[in-house]
Design a protein around this ligand. Structure first.
Ligand SMILES: [Zn+2]
Length: 337
């Protein structure tokens, strides 16, 4: 039995995907609970299938790792347990008291076989269960749109996010690898519709793309925050624009290192210190913690290992994350219960 001490610092995490955030043994249990026939009956083979078993991976193969976990989570029963385990586990393991897990409901319905409303209601129920057990925690769900889906399918996700806003869906985001025919400017109207209906908006940008692409995204989408965005470090005018718009960047060091977008510790230091020196607000996140075998405490530790940030600077990034959160606070600590 591992003994645990009450942690002192409360942490905040705003950028991580539910598909890659469930501990492998829990995912294994969720799969068996539903009678899903897995590619292997050997737990450790399964473990290697759902985690990155080497330090780096090609970007083209990165998203293939998501398929099995999304399949296992594709039912109301699975989504309720997934969100419950992730929210409660984040508190117990890393003292995260404010968090915004994200997922794409269209990748949880077995191609339309399952009802989206039931999936979303189950996810919200899982969140409520965790919040009831740990009343010091606040959380809200982020709905992911995907660059590979047609706009009319992504529009359904936005409408569902709006429908469940009062229950705990806090915002929308676009993720996934860049796909043929996808244009950010096609999403201006959906982003405006989401905001007009009380949702907040963020987007994956400045990750696999370039600083130029990111500058374009900032022009065409109304945004409250950024996921990744680190590519801006090469472009002073773009960093000034990010500062002017008061957009906090939700950075994910291990994720960027694993696909070699950031080469090594020296490169990570250069990126993060350049952002800091140009007044860009940012916070630390895990992106895909169970798949990358990381957690928020390890991401913070990287700042110490590579002499990137001081303790005061690390605390400042947590304060920025808190400030940039989309979870409403007006009715006390936990608006959704
Ligand atoms: Zn991400």
């Amino acid at each position: 039995m591992v003994t645990q001490n009450r942690p002192t610092k409360e942490l905040v995490e705003l950028h991580f995907h539910l598909g890659q955030s469930v501990e492998p043994h829990i995912l294994w249990s969720i799969a068996h609970e539903q009678g899903i026939k897995l590619p292997s009956k050997d737990y450790w083979e399964f473990y290697d299938l759902v985690t990155l078993n080497k330090d780096t991976v090609e970007w083209a193969d990165y998203h293939k790792l998501f398929h099995l976990t999304e399949l296992i989570q594709s039912s109301p029963v699975a989504m309720e347990r997934t969100v419950y385990e992730v929210v409660s586990g984040a508190y117990r393991a890393n003292n995260i008291t404010l968090l915004e897990p994200s997922f794409n409901p269209m990748f949880r319905n077995r191609g339309g076989e399952r009802d989206l409303d039931q999936i979303l209601l189950a996810a919200l129920r899982g969140m409520e269960r965790a919040l009831a057990e740990f009343p010091m925690v606040r959380a809200g769900l982020m709905m992911l749109l995907d660059r590979r889906l047609p706009k009319d399918v992504n529009a359904i996700i936005v409408r569902k996010a709006i429908k469940y806003r009062s229950r705990g869906v806090v915002g929308i985001d676009i993720a996934g690898p860049l796909a043929e025919g996808f244009k950010y400017e096609d999403y201006t109207d959906l982003y405006e519709e989401a905001r007009a209906n009380g949702l907040k908006t963020t987007v994956h940008t400045g990750e696999d793309g370039t600083a130029e692409e990111m500058a374009h995204v900032l022009k065409v989408l109304p945004l409250d925050r950024l996921n990744h965005g680190f590519r801006a470090y090469t472009d002073k005018a773009l960093m000034a624009e990010v500062v002017k718009k008061n957009l906090c960047m939700c950075l994910c060091p291990t994720s960027n290192l694993s696909v070699k977008f950031i080469r090594d510790g020296d490169h990570l230091r250069e990126v993060i210190q350049t952002l800091w020196n140009n007044g860009v607000k940012f916070c630390l996140n895990t992106d895909n913690p169970s798949m990358l075998r990381t957690n928020l405490s390890k991401e913070i530790e990287l700042m110490r290992t590579y002499n990137i940030l001081t303790e005061d600077q690390i605390d400042q990034t947590t304060a920025w994350a808190r400030e940039a959160s989309f979870v409403p606070t007006e009715h006390g600590r936990n608006i959704y219960l």
